[in-house]
Design a protein around this ligand. Sequence first.
Ligand SMILES: *[C@@H]1O[C@H](CO)[C@@H](O)[C@H](O)[C@H]1NC(C)=O
Ligand SMILES: *[C@@H]1O[C@H](CO)[C@@H](O)[C@H](O)[C@H]1NC(C)=O
Length: 473
Amino acid sequence: MSLSFIRKFTYLLLFVTLSLNIYIFTYPSLNPKQCSWHSKASYKSDTNIISTYLNDLYNVFFTTEDPIAAEDFTTHEDSIRMLAFGDPQIKGNWPSTPMLKRLDTYGNDHYLGHIYRVMQNRLNPSHVAVLGDLFSSQWIGDSEFFNRTRRYISRLYNLPEEQQAPLLNYMKENERVDWASHAHELKSKDLKDWDDWGFEEVYDWTTENFAKRLSKVPLLLNVSGNHDIGYSGDATWQHMTRYHKLFGKDNFWIEYNKGTPSAFRIVVLNTLLLEGPALQPEFLDYTWEFLYKLFEQRFDGSTILLTHVPFYKEEGLCVDGPFHDYYNEKNVRSEHYKVGKLRAQNHLNEEVSMRVLNLIFDKADKYPGVILTGHDHEGCETWYNLNETDFSWTASKTKSRDAPSVKEITVRAMMGEYGGNTGLLTGDFNKSRGQWDFTFTLCPFAIQHVWWVTKIVSIITVFLTSAVVVFDL
Ligand SMILES: *[C@@H]1O[C@H](CO)[C@@H](O)[C@H](O)[C@H]1NC(C)=O
Ligand SMILES: *[C@@H]1O[C@H](CO)[C@@H](O)[C@H](O)[C@H]1NC(C)=O
């Protein structure tokens, strides 16, 4: 008996569906070197892609030889495992948004969430950093900001319920943020008391004293971008307040292993509020005050700096060259009070870059450091080499042989158009040298259409298969 055409077609579709689904759930195994922690040495780089892929699948599913994968991160004695995501930039819907566009936005959330879940399951990170531009626009109202926050904490980063609950409650109880009282509260204090910027030994934001990691949920570190709080010519108290309430401090540090050889700290810095002219100049004072406080810690250890805007570099080193733009009568539309204020920037300016590098990496001669940024979408790696006579730092493609240097990694965007990337920062403490080694790799997925096609083909296959079975076609 020959098979009916429809039956043959269904078999074909079943095969395609299965392959696509296997692909989207195991894509890191096609690229195991870039999609694994650096120290997971078991990756012999096979020249044959099929055997590389199968070998990696076997490792992921059947071996537990990697001690890191089993670790519950109650200490960071000799390992740091950080996932870094650049610019997810989730979009929103307006009453006039057409149905298809809404579906696209919905799918995009799940596409980003899929990447996060696959990488989290595979790698069991200790930290997850989102390097700014969580959302796509700073010109949205509180209601839309809340709506995107809800999507961010559920569809994208899938936070445990107890972590979501206080945020959901806040958004339920407040139709909009009460920025006036937040501003009043902070402004009535001395600048140095605006915030408690420093933490120690944080493993889980939800446990008492943050001291213990209760589940496999990694520590989420949000970094603010120009679309979240805004460029300094845009940022208002309303922007600042809602970010503080829902995403936490825009500047803070966490120290680990203080006083031991493997001491290190994570610094989250809002680089958008370092330069003016600013709409609210007090924000600049607040950010600089943070940097002075950080410097005064005289911390003996390595630093991982997480921020949105990259440091100054000449044209040609990365895709983005130096660029600053200011509001004028032409581009300001109706908001005339913004004229002259900072409207956009690609980098920190040269002078601010030097000051910030000297305040944060003042001990780079002894302790290696690393910088992760976002903003330019394309991705780039740059060395900042210190001139020890005048304390200037020069951006370069190569590391200086004899002067202290810090590597800046601009992480390629997570957005579908850029291929759904995940950055992996591995920190390994080298006991013999008494120093941290940092390694960064980028693990790409595929444009969002691949994910979409997989979902659509899967749905069609389910229908067709049921029809074939039920009606015996
Ligand atoms: C946010 O979501 C709620 C509930 O779905 C909706 O009523 C509201 O209009 C949304 N806000 C905006 C600005 O679209
Ligand atoms: C980052 O944002 C999430 C979601 O809003 C929140 O649960 C988490 O506590 C924030 N992290 C920090 C350090 O505030």
